[in-house]
Design a protein. Structure first.
Length: 137
């Protein structure tokens, strides 16, 4: 059953009662949306921010796997990506400048695959990871 959760400046978000996921999404929406945002814009912003939150531990794990398998140079790239994404999230929560956050994420999504492609030795060594750069578009 969904119940409304009051958000600042009169906006309400429907959250499933008792779910942790609903609570996290509601918290993100409260922190990153503006009063003039429509429902679709609030959902879109929350999806990008939640995805970025989930990418931080994934990038750390990805870097650990590279490190364990002897690719120390390549391991640094997902670690830097995770650190920069975490800092970008902190700036978003502090400054509430979503456009700046989104642009930084697009730049990181473009740079990560390209850097890994070079660090792992081209198309054969990187398993065509450079194609992930299309996500930034």
């Amino acid at each position: 059953m969904a119940v409304p959760v009051l958000i600042t400046e009169g906006n309400a978000v429907m959250v499933e009662r008792g779910t942790r996921r609903g609570n996290v999404v509601a918290w993100v929406k409260r922190r990153v949306t503006d009063a003039g945002d429509g429902e679709e814009a609030r959902h879109r912003k929350a999806q990008v921010v939640v995805a970025s939150i989930l990418v931080v531990p994934a990038g750390l794990l990805w870097g650990i796997l590279y490190f364990v398998f002897g690719e120390q140079g390549a391991a640094a790239i997902p670690w830097f990506y995770s650190v920069f994404t975490f800092l970008d999230l902190l700036f978003l929560l502090q400054l509430r400048r979503y456009t700046l956050f989104r642009r930084a994420q697009q730049l990181l999504l473009l740079a990560l695959p390209f850097a890994l492609h070079i660090a792992l030795g081209g198309f054969v060594g990187s398993s065509f990871v450079i194609v992930w750069g299309f996500l930034s578009v």
